[in-house]
Design a protein around this ligand. Structure first.
Ligand SMILES: [Zn+2]
Length: 229
């Protein structure tokens, strides 16, 4: 069923545009053939290209769109092009969703897991002030998935309210533990927005690992999991 490596140079799934970024880049997603129940989202933080890379490597095994799984490979194309966590306007998109706990204060980020939280980003001038978050919310509201997988790195854990069968499968693939909470406040995050809108959200924090090793260690098993959900 999976394509051979010789065919994995390109993505063969149909792609659709769901919006435009603040910097004018197209926002693409790969729709499911029928009603979407699972939406996988990578690349919302531009400094985490391994999320986009791994998801791309996995879906390049697929010959055709899946029946009910849809994909956003890069929710923050400007940040990815600039190599920055935030978008072109310096907004951390994962703090820009409309949630009851959204805060106008600067977001404090760290440059590595060992660094202090001292690098400032904006949460946006208001919730959903950024084109990328507005377009993503519209896409989710259109697709109405029951489960969203939000991909990040490199905290090496799976943050989800429940240890569901999907969480257990991801624990086995990535050899990382489930945590019921990430351990710090994430006001305005996609995960919080999902919980307030009754959508199950699993935040997959990939382990710290080289891009090339991901192909060997995870691409096949992650693709098999995607094809099985
Ligand atoms: Zn992240």
């Amino acid at each position: 069923m999976f394509r051979k490596n010789a065919e994995r140079g390109i993505i063969s799934l149909k792609k659709e545009k769901y919006g435009v970024s603040e910097g004018g880049a197209p926002l693409y997603y790969f729709p499911s053939k029928n009603k979407c129940t699972h939406l996988l989202i990578a690349g919302i933080h531009g400094e985490e290209p391994e999320t986009t890379f791994l998801l791309s490597r996995a879906i390049r095994f697929l010959r055709d769109s899946l029946d009910h799984v849809a994909f956003v490979l890069c929710a923050n194309p400007d940040g990815m092009a600039l190599g920055t966590r935030g978008n072109e306007r310096g907004v951390d998109l994962n703090r820009n969703f409309l949630t009851t706990n959204w805060l106008p204060e600067d977001v404090l980020c760290r440059l590595t897991l060992e660094s202090p939280r001292e690098t400032r980003l904006s949460p946006g001038k208001a919730p959903l002030s950024e084109k990328e978050t507005g377009a993503l919310v519209s896409l989710i509201q259109k697709l109405e998935p029951k489960l969203i997988l939000s991909m990040h790195s490199p905290m090496a854990c799976i943050d989800a309210p429940l240890k569901s069968k999907e969480v257990k499968a991801l624990e086995n693939i990535f050899k990382i533990p489930w945590v019921p909470s990430i351990g710090y406040e994430t006001p305005g995050s996609l995960g919080t927005w999902c919980s307030e809108n009754n959508i199950e959200c699993i935040t997959l924090e990939l382990p710290r690992i080289a891009l090339e090793t991901m192909e060997t260690d995870f691409a096949v098993s992650f693709a098999q999991w995607i094809a099985s959900i």
